[in-house]
Write a protein that binds this ligand. Structure first.
Ligand code: H2P
Length: 792
C-alpha cells in the first residue's frame, strides 16, 4: 500500500462517502474519510478469514459479553494494518495531522472497566492469533456516562458517541431476529409453546476486528433493538404523534444505555431484558449459521464454543436448550449435554453483591419459558447428584442464582488469576467443585501489547524494536531479550528518557486541562480504575494527607516530590465511592494551593477516565498503585499495563499482582499488606480498625484533620461519614494495612532517589511482562476451554 494510493482513497471517500469538498472539510470529515480508507483495507482479510473458516468447517468461538470497551479505533486499525506511517504521510500531503484526527475520535465506551476492556483485548488477540471468532454484545446508544466534577463532586452526563457517524460498522438490517418477552407457555401435542406478550427485533451491526499485521480479521457483532411495528399509523393519523411513537420508544430502550454499574441493578426488568436480548440474538445467530452447513444440531458442540463473559450472558444456556428442545424437537437430556459441551463460563468477581440473582417472580414474568427450563436444568442436576447440598441449587430462596446456573451449564469454569481461581474453587463454588472436580480452571487475564505498548507508548516501542529487533508485538515473551540491557547504562538512559518525555507530555496536558502545574521530574504515582471501596482509593488519599501533614510539620525537610494521579468513575448510585471522589478533589484543592508544599506534592484527578486517557497516563507512570484488599480484586489488568510500560508496582498479594511479582521478581515490586488468608483472620477481631488506628499516630492525625473539616472548611462535617466508617466499619481493612503501606511507600521514595536502581527495576518490569500478553490468555482458552485451533 503506497502513500499515493491511501491519499487517493482518503480523497475519494471524502468526496463520495462523506460528501465534502476538501476545501470545506472539517477534521471530523477528514477523520471519517481516513477511517473509510483504512476500513477498506480490512475488508479483504476479513472476507478471506470468513471464507477460510467456512471452507475448513473450523470450530468457531463466540464470545458473549454485555461489555466491549473498545475505545478509539482509527489508530489501532492503522497500527495493526502496518499503515500508521503511510497514513501520517498521506494526510500530511493533504495538510492534515494524523495524531490530531486520531485524537478527535470519540471513545466507544461500551463498558465499565476491566471486564469490558478485557473483552476488547481478547477480540484483538483472537484476530491476531487467527482464532475464528465472533464477539456478541449490545450496540448501546449511550455507553458509559461521561464524568464531570462540579465543586469536586461527580456529575454524570450521557455519553453520546453515536451522535457522530460511526464509520467502522456495517449495518446489517437483513440480519435480524425476533426476541420475545413475557406472555404464556401452553402445551400443544406434548410440546411447550411459548407465546410472547412483547417482541422486539435485534438487528445486527458488524465491526471488523483486525489482528496484528492484518493477517486475520473477526467480527464484533453488536445488536441494536428495533420495534416490530414501527409506529401506530392510526394514532399518528389522528394527530397523537407521541402515542404513535410509543412502540418504537419502548423497543429502543433496550439498547439505549449501558448500565453504569456491574454490582447493583437498578431498572432490574430492563437489565434482565437487555441480557436476554443479547443472549437470544447471539444464540439464534449461532444456530442459523451452523445449520447453513450442517444437517442438524447433534454435533454442535464440536463446532461451536460459546464463552460467557461473567454471568451477564448466562441466559444463553437456557435459550440454547429452549431452541433445541422446543424448535428442533431434541430431547432435553441431549440438549443439555450439547449445550454444556459448547459453553464456558468466566467468573470475574467473588463480591457477593456482584453475583447476579433474579427473583423467580421477575424471571417467571419476563421469561416464563426460560424459568421452566431453568427449573428443569436444576432438577436434572439434582437427579444426577442426589446428595448435592441445597446450597448449590440454581433456584433457592425465591431467587435464580446466575452463578450456579452458569457453572452447571458450562463444561469449564475459569477464574482470571491463579489466586482468584483458587478462591473460586475453595470458597465461591466450593461445593460444586466437589461434585465436578476439574471443571474449574485458571486462565490468567492478559492485555494486548499492540494497543497497550505499541500504540500507547511509541517511544518505548521503538526503543524495544531497536534493542531486540522487530516483531515482539506478536511474541511478547521476546521482551526477555531486554534483560541483559538492564545493566547497560546507555540503554537505561534511553529508557528513562522515554519515560521523561511521556511525563512531560502529561504535565503539559494536566496544566492545559486542569490548570495544575506538575513537574515531570517528580514521581508520577498513578491509581486509575473504577472507584470502589475494595480497590482502596481511600487508603491512597489518606496516605496523601499523611504526606501533606508530614511536610507541614517539617516545611524545610527533604521529600521526594510526588504527583498523585487518580482516575476513575463511581457508579452513579454508589454513595461511598462518590464521597471518596469528593475527598480526593478536596485534598487536591488544598494541597495544590498550599505554597508551603510547592512541587513536593501535587494531586491531580482528571475527570472522565476512559481508554484513551489510560493510553496517555499509563506510559507516564512511575508508580502503579495496586492496593486492593487481598482476596477482592479478581485479577486486575491495569496492573499489567502499567508494569509493561515500566512502572513499578506498590501492591498487595491480590489478583494478578501475585503473578506479576513472580514474573518481574520480588526485588522489583513493592509488596505490603495482609494476605487473603490474613484478611479473613483479621476480620474476626471486631476491634481491628480501632486497634490499628490507635497504634498509628499518622493515621489518627489524618482522621482528626478530616473530622475537623480541614479539607472542607465550607462544610466541616463533610467527611464525618468516612471518619466514622474508618473507626467502626472498616470492611476493607484500610486501617489494618495502613502502616505497612506507609512503610512500602517510604521504600518507594528511597528507591526513586537512586535513579540508576530505579531505572534498572523499571526496565526489568518491562522485560519480564511477556506472560501477560492477551495472546497467551487466548491460547490458554483455545487449548483448555474452547478446543479451537488457529486457522493461520
Ligand atoms: C473485573 C475485576 C478485575 C478483573 C476484570 C477482568 C470485574 O473488572 O474486578 O479484577 O481484572 O474484571 O477480568 P473491574 O473491577 O476492573 O471492572
Amino acid at each position: 500500500m503506497t502513500q499515493d494510493n491511501l491519499r487517493d482513497d482518503i480523497l475519494h471517500h471524502l468526496k463520495f462517502t462523506v460528501g465534502k469538498d476538501p476545501g470545506h472539510a472539517s477534521s471530523y470529515d477528514w477523520r471519517l474519510a481516513l477511517s473509510f480508507a483504512l476500513r477498506d483495507r480490512i475488508v479483504e482479510p476479513w472476507f478471506a478469514s470468513t471464507r477460510k473458516t467456512w471452507k475448513e468447517d473450523r470450530k468457531r468461538v463466540f464470545y458473549l459479553s454485555m461489555e466491549f470497551l473498545i475505545g478509539r479505533i482509527v489508530e489501532d486499525a492503522a497500527i495493526n494494518l502496518g499503515l500508521q506511517d503511510t497514513a501520517r504521510a498521506a494526510l500530511a500531503e493533504l495538510g492534515q495531522d494524523f495524531d490530531a484526527l486520531a485524537d478527535d475520535e470519540p471513545d466507544a465506551a461500551l463498558g465499565n472497566g476491566g471486564l469490558g476492556r478485557l473483552a476488547a483485548c481478547y477480540m484483538e488477540s483472537m484476530a491476531t492469533i487467527g482464532c475464528p471468532g465472533y464477539g456478541y454484545g449490545i450496540r448501546y446508544e449511550h455507553g458509559l456516562f461521561r464524568q464531570r466534577f462540579e465543586a469536586g463532586r461527580q456529575v454524570e452526563t450521557p455519553e453520546d458517541w453515536l451522535t457522530q457517524r460511526h464509520p467502522w460498522e456495517f449495518e446489517r438490517p437483513e440480519c435480524a431476529y425476533t426476541i420475545g418477552f413475557k406472555g404464556d407457555v401452553h402445551e400443544v401435542d406434548g410440546r411447550a409453546v411459548w407465546t410472547p406478550g412483547e417482541t422486539v427485533i435485534a438487528s445486527a451491526y458488524d465491526m471488523p476486528v483486525v489482528g496484528w499485521q492484518g493477517r486475520w480479521a473477526n467480527t464484533l457483532r453488536l445488536w441494536g433493538a428495533m420495534p416490530t411495528t414501527l409506529f401506530d399509523l392510526e394514532r399518528f393519523n389522528r394527530g397523537d404523534f407521541t402515542a404513535a411513537a410509543e412502540p418504537e420508544t419502548l423497543a429502543r430502550t433496550i439498547s439505549r444505555v449501558l448500565y453504569p454499574d456491574d454490582t447493583t441493578y437498578q431498572g432490574k426488568e430492563l437489565r434482565l431484558k437487555q441480557e436476554y436480548f443479547m443472549a437470544s440474538a447471539a444464540i439464534q445467530d449461532i444456530l442459523r449459521r451452523y445449520l447453513e452447513s450442517h444437517e442438524d444440531l447433534s454435533q454442535l458442540d464440536e463446532h461451536v464454543a460459546i464463552q460467557l463473559n461473567d454471568t451477564h450472558p448466562a441466559l444463553a444456556g437456557p435459550e440454547l436448550i429452549r431452541l433445541m428442545v422446543d424448535e428442533h424437537a431434541m430431547e432435553f437430556d441431549t440438549a443439555m449435554r450439547i449445550a454444556q459441551g459448547c459453553l464456558g463460563y468466566t467468573n470475574h468477581t467473588l463480591l457477593p453483591e456482584a453475583l447476579e440473582r433474579w427473583s423467580t417472580w421477575l424471571m417467571g414474568t419476563v421469561l416464563p419459558r426460560h424459568m421452566q427450563i431453568i427449573e428443569m436444568i436444576d432438577a436434572a442436576h439434582a437427579t444426577a447428584h442426589p446428595d448435592r447440598p441445597a446450597s448449590v441449587a440454581i433456584v433457592r430462596g425465591n431467587e435464580v442464582h446466575m452463578g450456579e446456573l452458569s457453572f452447571i451449564m458450562a463444561h469449564k469454569v475459569n477464574g482470571v488469576s491463579a489466586l482468584h481461581s483458587g478462591l473460586v474453587k475453595s470458597t465461591l463454588f466450593h461445593e460444586l467443585d466437589a461434585l465436578h472436580p476439574g471443571r474449574i480452571i485458571n486462565v490468567t487475564n492478559g492485555i494486548t501489547p499492540r494497543r497497550w505498548l505499541r500504540l500507547a507508548n511509541p517511544g518505548l516501542a521503538d526503543l524495544i524494536s531497536e534493542t531486540i529487533g522487530e516483531g515482539w508485538e506478536a511474541d511478547l515473551d521476546r521482551l526477555k531479550g531486554l534483560e541483559p540491557h538492564a545493566d547497560d547504562a546507555g540503554f537505561l538512559d534511553r529508557f528513562m528518557a522515554v519515560k521523561r518525555a511521556n511525563k512531560a507530555a502529561v504535565s503539559n496536558w494536566v496544566s492545559a486541562t486542569l490548570g495544575v502545574t506538575v513537574s515531570p521530574d517528580a514521581m508520577f504515582d498513578v491509581q486509575v480504575k473504577r472507584i470502589h471501596e475494595y480497590k482502596r482509593q481511600l487508603m491512597n488519599v489518606l496516605e496523601t494527607i499523611a504526606q501533606w501533614h508530614e511536610i507541614k510539620k517539617n516545611p524545610g525537610g527533604d521529600f521526594v516530590p510526588r504527583v498523585k494521579v487518580f482516575g476513575g468513575k463511581s457508579a452513579p448510585g454508589y454513595a461511598v465511592a462518590k464521597e471518596i471522589i469528593h475527598l480526593i478533589n478536596d485534598v487536591a484543592r488544598v494541597v495544590n494551593n498550599d505554597p508551603e508544599i510547592g512541587d513536593r506534592l501535587k494531586v491531580v484527578y482528571p475527570p472522565n477516565y476512559n481508554v484513551s486517557m489510560a493510553e496517555t497516563l499509563i506510559p507516564a507512570a512511575d508508580l502503579s498503585e495496586q492496593i486492593s484488599t487481598a482476596g477482592k480484586e479478581a485479577s486486575g489488568t491495569g496492573n499489567m499495563k502499567l508494569s509493561l510500560n515500566g512502572a513499578l508496582t506498590i501492591g498487595t498479594l491480590d489478583g494478578a499482582n501475585v503473578e506479576i511479582r513472580e514474573h518481574v521478581g520480588a526485588e522489583n515490586f513493592f509488596l505490603f499488606g495482609m494476605t487473603a488468608e490474613e484478611v479473613v483472620q483479621r476480620r474476626k477481631n471486631v476491634n481491628h480498625a480501632r486497634m490499628a488506628i490507635e497504634a498509628n499516630d499518622a493515621l489518627r492525625d489524618v482522621l482528626q484533620l478530616l473530622a475537623e473539616g480541614r479539607f472542607s472548611p465550607e462544610q466541616p462535617d463533610r467527611y464525618h461519614g468516612i471518619v466514622d466508617r474508618m473507626w467502626h466499619h472498616d470492611h476493607y481493612l484500610v486501617a489494618s494495612d495502613f502502616a505497612d503501606y506507609q512503610r512500602a511507600q517510604a521504600e518507594v521514595d528511597a528507591a526513586f532517589l537512586d535513579r540508576d536502581r530505579w531505572a534498572r527495576m523499571a526496565a526489568l518490569n518491562t522485560a519480564r511482562m511477556g506472560f501477560f500478553s492477551s495472546d497467551r490468555s487466548i491460547r490458554d482458552y483455545m487449548r483448555d476451554v474452547w478446543g479451537a485451533e488457529s486457522a493461520l
